[in-house]
Design a protein around this ligand. Sequence first.
Ligand SMILES: [Cu+2]
Length: 213
Amino acid sequence: MRYIIFTFCFICAASFATPIDVRVLDNKGDPVKDTVVYITATNLPRDEPLESKTLVTEVAQDGRAFKPYVSVARVNQTVLFTNKDDFSHHIYSITGPVELSFIIRAQDHEVKKSFPTEGVVAMGCNIHDWMSGYIKVIDTPYYAITDSSGMGQIHVPVGLENADIIAWHPQMNESVEQKLDQQTTVTFELQNDMSPIPKQKSTQAISFYGLSK
Ligand SMILES: [Cu+2]
């Protein structure tokens, strides 16, 4: 009987989450990949969805680049930095909730970090100065990152009050937001030009105190 009740409640809960399809286009109508889209509201549930409690965001250093270029972390969620290269990186950030500066050594050495408040962590590497990556730290369980079609999907529970949907990308000059009512599709058409996305060079790095190849 308990199993039946549990199953019934699970189906109920799932049926009350509405998928919202989000599309982000630049001011030329082209899709914008790697945009973080997320929901805020005045009554966000205090109990997070179960999956987010064990969620770990992985930011890899791979081929002298951050992969992915844009990541999302919840406040206080573990971010796992992993080095896929066979040489070291020296990751830093002077923006965001916490300043970062740590060396991550070769061959799958791992470093764990977390961030106590919302913000934007703009990362670089002291050894490979072209490396650029971002972590958007947010305090909501309802978010997505757009794919190469500029699309993302967020499952939102019913009953959110004063809900907004926000879009952020490192090369936008500001976040944009819309009121979220009952709509199941949301399109952002950016008005301003975006800055160029930096190229992650893959040329041979210069040796630096034995930390790099
Ligand atoms: Cu590096």
